[in-house]
Design a binder for this molecule. Structure first.
Ligand code: NAD
Length: 320
């Protein structure tokens, strides 16, 4: 397979997305060709043991330059970021990491003649004046979290590096990501992972959002598929160089509870909204991802119930 000619760097490889994406890329490109990098050493044995790992701080350009002495990268996936809820606790540091980290990667990619860069954006780029239903690709974008502001600025810079310097940067606006392999890293949609763990551990869950807070979400296998489909699409099909809207499902805490109760009829939920409610209330409820479907054939596989079935099946093994 020609795929093995690539050498790939994943920055932020120990995170919720990175730990799964790295393993997927290693299966596809050969483990030795996918270098996992993070500021922390991986806790997950499979990540540590399956291929090369480098401790780097993406805020230190010298760390990237040192990597270039060992490897000649053809692709970079830059995932390191501070997420929405954590970002509000230290806004200036979130801006610093999310923006300067991105600049370091974009400049490194240009210097090293890296062929393709992937950088994820988020539904957090939308804000209180954005239409909340079927939010279109092009619309009002007035984010009011530092995370959303940094992602919107990052989208602009990705587009700029593509237009001005010809760098092949690709991006998706992920909804809340849900997976069983790693815990989430401080976002507003984290409840939708935690609820499954608590359903198994305690049979009850205290939710930090109200019962009817509807948010766009996606199961991790769909997020991995979307990411790799976009990265493998011919360049001319990737017409949006800021970031693509991406959707799979939207649900409320009440609806995910009902989905879990199909397996555990006695499972209960209580609601105690905190500061994350305000963030959730400024985000879309449903996303229109027609452009991604048209340009490179995006099509999700999982619904709320099929995700619940798979999450519980897999988590039961770990909880046992
Ligand atoms: P995460 O917080 O789980 O992981 C981020 C990783 O980056 C961590 O392993 C962390 O150690 C690493 N990191 C932090 N600072 C670093 C630094 N200075 N140098 C190197 N590594 C550093 O985040 P995630 O959920 O995996 O998200 C990955 C990307 O996807 C982010 O850009 C995020 O904004 C985006 N995204 C995620 C979601 C979601 O629901 N998880 C939704 C939308 C967008």
């Amino acid at each position: 397979m020609t795929l093995k000619k690539d050498t790939i760097l994943v920055i932020g490889a120990c995170g919720q997305l990175g730990s799964e994406l790295t393993m997927e890329l290693r299966a596809m490109y050969g483990a030795a060709n996918v270098v996992a990098a993070d500021i922390q050493f991986p806790k997950q044995a499979e990540l540590r043991e399956s291929g090369p790992f480098e401790v780097i701080d993406v805020l230190a350009p010298q760390h990237l330059a040192d990597l270039a002495k060992k490897y000649q990268f053809t692709q970079i996936y830059h995932l390191a970021a501070i997420l929405s809820a954590t970002g509000e606790k230290n806004p200036k540091f979130a801006w610093h990491l999310n923006m300067d980290g991105l600049f370091n990667v974009l400049d490194f990619a240009l210097e090293q003649k890296v062929q393709k860069v992937y950088w994820p954006s988020s539904i957090a780029v939308f804000g209180p004046n954005t239409p909340r239903l079927h939010t279109p690709q092009h619309t009002i974008m007035d984010p009011n979290t530092v995370y959303g502001i940094s992602k919107l600025a990052g989208e602009g810079w990705c587009n700029y590096y593509f237009e001005k310097y010809g760098l092949d940067v690709r991006s998706l606006r992920y909804p809340g990501l849900i997976g069983y392999k790693a815990l989430p890293g401080g976002g507003t949609t984290d409840y939708a992972v935690d609820i499954y763990h608590q359903a198994l551990a305690k049979g009850t869950y205290k939710c930090f959002l109200t019962a009817d807070t509807r948010l766009p979400m996606m199961y991790m296998p769909d997020a991995l598929k979307a990411t790799l489909d976009l990265m493998h699409a011919p360049a001319e099909q990737v017409k949006i160089r800021s970031s693509y809207n991406l959707a799979a499902m939207s649900f409320t805490p009440q609806e995910i509870t009902a989905s879990i109760q199909r397996h555990f009829p006695t499972f209960t939920i209580t609601y105690e909204p905190d500061g994350r409610q305000q963030i959730a209330d400024s985000w879309p409820q449903t996303i229109d991802d027609q452009v991604a479907r048209q340009d490179w054939g995006w099509n999700p596989s999982y619904t709320l119930d099929s995700m619940t079935d798979d999450m519980l099946l897999n988590l039961k093994r770990t909880h046992n």
